[in-house]
Design a protein around this ligand. Sequence first.
Ligand code: CP
Length: 309
Amino acid sequence: MSTLSVDHLLGIKYLKAEDIQLIFETADHFKEIINRPIKKVPSLRDITIANLFFENSTRTKLSFEIAQKRLSADVINFSASQSSVKKGETLIDTVNNILSMKVDMVVMRHPTPGAAAFLQQHVDARIINAGDGAHEHPTQALLDTYSIKEKFGTIKGKNVVIVGDILHSRVALSNIFALQLLGAQVMVCGPKSLIPKYIRELGVIVETDLKKALQWCDVANMLRVQNERMEVSYFPSVREYTQQYGLNKELLDSIGKEIVIMHPGPINRGVEITSEVADSKQAIILDQVENGVAIRMAVTYLLASKIES
Ligand code: CP
């Protein structure tokens, strides 16, 4: 397979295992390039990309921008908080105005689930979903699974637990789809109130005891509690959440084996993970961030190759 089966990256749900393999092979190539003294290639010299962020971001926004610049694309950045969205302009009007400036591709983060798919139906550009509400975050899942593959050589047969606020997490859903496509077993672990009822229908194991989950897994992906998406309280207090679902060194040492620790960021140190664990050798959190650039270069490059000139 030398081309993606999709024209846009709206979610992992729309990808085949072969698409992910192609993205990984392309990312391997770009990872080698960005570790050279000259990190830039002229591949996308004729392409203009708009990064539209309607929600806050550090990693995803900067990682896409670096990836695009390493590929020599022209890049414009749009932040909703400083735009005419504040004056009442709609999403479609905003994007069509930006596209009139001859933009070929849009990377969008938006608080509404389905926003990227909605945009794709209404505008003429390649769309990459950089996170749509609690729905999907496909490039995060690609960089997470790429990092697991880099660590173990394969994903097939690995046990991966995703811990924490599954209910409000786009990272969880995209990771579940990607891990299953690549042959991993997936467990989710957290308080019952933060585990959606439909999750078992996806073929995922549900566990509420963190120690049992850690004993089962090869990899634990620790999620942040997404207070910004909660209108009510889902657990009695942060202190009690941390007591039951926070990962600390004592708990990690008690399971009698070494596992890999991941976190998509941003970390709430001392809540879902202690600094001692987050900064330990078992954690590959900064490797995930590094791999994010190569993965986003690969996705951008592969989708740009489908743009008709
Ligand atoms: N992991 C992630 O999406 O981080 P940001 O919200 O900082 O982009």
